[in-house]
Design a protein around this ligand. Structure first.
Ligand code: FAD
Ligand code: MLT
Ligand code: ZN
Length: 484
């Protein structure tokens, strides 16, 4: 295990006592208090097996009232808490750093209501994204977000990380799609902001503060969301390009020619494709003859199959004529489309299988989107494999460094180099994964000192004792940071 942020336990927090266990049992019952070693190891370990905490207890509340009682008690006892959803986060935010109490929302998985006219869904925070998609899918709707972790991540986790994913290009971010939240604050107070209105300008829109706050300001217990209609015609294509400039040209053309039906515009470089092909059983190169270094996965979603398919075919033809696309294939059925997506969505899993991964998630202008990958590749030489993929349509590059094992010497070559690079080119050090434990020390590369100070004031106001997800997000915790 390795972390890029080294922190010391904050002595302000108390440790768990036998009495605390008993009290938690009185709130959630014996079944809701997990002390089983194997379950605790899993809950203490993040998806990448990069961060590991040492919590002795995991609580599974079933109601908002139980969450409120747990948090009230922890606040009074100075026990630190980690809110946890599906534990698929990629920045070490969802696992304890030391002995924090883990509060997992998985047992709060009820769908509360769904309006088939407005497309407004209200549910508990522990609902798994894919389950929600299946439920509303049966009623002709779809979730406005989709990501590789959909089978495990929870809507409360998605909201708390403001997850982006593969459809943001089409449906926008959760800051727009979430209509309301119910949140438990650090003192246990339940704040009902669970509106179901598309328009509501009655003062400050406070739910926005909790979207993307990564469990540091409150525990999200219920979510209300606006979901789009599920359209019948989905077409998927896989293109190969000669160089990165051609990928940019294809994006420009896609906005013009496919604008109203474009639903994904994803980028994969050769090393990322090779990772997937090598480590994911059953995958095969969609364009085996091309041997190019740059690939695009493009999806359209519309309501007229003939029209949409014609458009995508014509798009492929015209971008090939212009020399932007070297080779391309439009999926002939949903199985072939799924095989393209398996590659794109499986890159993170493939990287995990290949060894240690240093994962970065930057927003950059189209011009700089791939330059950082090339520059880092030059810098590291044969020390590691540098791969680039991501949501090109949103300007969100996933820069990953794959190595045999985690080593401080390698990390020192990567950081702060990549953060300085991103700051110099006016990007963001976190486009969609958040800051978690991995990046509080890098926040200043993307936010002004005044903005960070204001974040700290909000934190102090809502969580004066700092019990909610300590050591994460805010560099204020750097008071406890020690250099190794
Ligand atoms: P967790 O990992 O459990 O928690 C994440 C953070 O949210 C933690 O800080 C935690 O404390 C907090 N949290 C969780 N639930 C709550 C709650 N109810 N109340 C308050 N705080 C809470 N992310 C993207 O943005 N786009 C992608 O395309 C994407 N693809 C992914 C693909 C794979 C294969 C994997 C493994 C991850 C991917 N992720 C992606 C990252 C991750 O899936 C998302 O961040 C997801 O939204 C996390 O949801 P979760 O339920 O697993 O939350
Ligand atoms: C993705 O787009 O695949 C996810 O954000 C996960 C990752 O970056 O590996
Ligand atoms: Zn992503």
């Amino acid at each position: 295990f390795a972390t890029s942020t080294k922190v010391n336990r904050n002595s302000r927090f108390d440790s768990l006592k036998t009495n605390d266990m008993e009290h938690f049992k009185s709130i959630v019952g014996a079944k809701g208090v997990i002390v089983d070693k194997d379950e605790l190891v899993a809950a203490n370990t993040d998806w990448m097996h990069k961060y590991q905490g040492h919590s002795q207890i995991l609580l599974r509340p079933q109601t908002t009232q139980q969450v409120s009682e747990i948090i009230t008690y922890c606040n009074s006892r100075n026990l630190a808490v980690v809110p946890q959803g599906g534990n698929t986060g990629l920045v070490g935010g969802s696992v304890p750093v030391f002995d924090e109490v883990i509060v997992n929302l998985g047992a709060m998985n009820k769908i509360i209501e769904f309006d088939e006219v407005s497309g407004i869904l209200v549910c508990e925070a522990g609902c798994i994204l894919e389950n929600l998609d299946n439920f509303i899918g049966g009623k002709g709707f779809t979730m406005p977000l989709d990501l590789g972790a959909k089978g495990s991540c929870q809507i409360g986790g998605n909201v708390s990380t403001n997850a982006g994913g593969l459809r943001l290009l089409r449906y926008g971010s959760l800051h727009g799609n979430v209509l309301g939240l119910e949140v438990v604050l650090a003192d246990g107070e339940v704040v009902n902001m669970l509106g179901t209105l598309v328009k509501d300008n009655t003062g400050y829109d406070m739910k926005q503060l909790f979207i993307g706050s990564e469990g540091t300001l409150g525990v999200v217990t219920k979510v209300s969301l606006l979901v789009p209609a599920k359209l019948g015609s989905v077409n998927t294509a896989f293109f190969a390009c000669e160089d990165y400039t051609s990928c940019q040209n294809v994006l420009k053309e896609a906005k013009r020619q496919l604008g109203e039906i474009l639903s994904a515009f994803e980028f994969i470089d050769r090393p990322a494709l090779d990772m997937a092909l090598t480590h994911l059983p059953g995958t095969r190169d969609p364009l085996p003859q091309s041997g190019k270094n740059f690939y695009l996965l493009i999806e359209t979603t519309g309501s007229n199959e003939t029209h949409d398919k014609e458009k995508l075919d014509a798009f492929l033809e015209s971008t090939m004529e212009k020399g932007f696309v070297a080779d391309g294939v439009v999926a002939q059925d949903s199985t072939q489309a799924a095989s393209f997506w398996q590659i794109r969505e499986g890159i993170s899993e493939a990287l995990g299988k290949a060894g240690a991964v240093y994962k970065y998630d930057f927003s950059l202008s189209p011009e700089h989107f791939y330059k950082i990958v090339e520059d880092l590749r030059d810098r590291l030489g044969s020390d590691a494999v540098v791969v680039g993929y991501g949501h090109l349509g949103d300007g969100n590059v996933h820069l990953n460094v794959s190595a045999r094992e985690y080593k401080d010497e390698l990390l020192e070559k990567v950081e702060p180099y990549v953060f300085e690079w991103v700051a110099k080119h006016k990007g963001s050090v976190s486009a969609e994964h958040g800051l978690g434990l991995m990046k509080p020390h890098a926040l200043h590369y993307s936010k002004s000192a005044e903005a960070i100070a204001l974040m700290e004031r909000f934190k102090a106001l809502l969580d004066p004792k700092g019990i909610l997800n300590p050591y994460k997000v805010l560099p204020g915790t750097s008071k406890t940071v020690s250099t190794p």
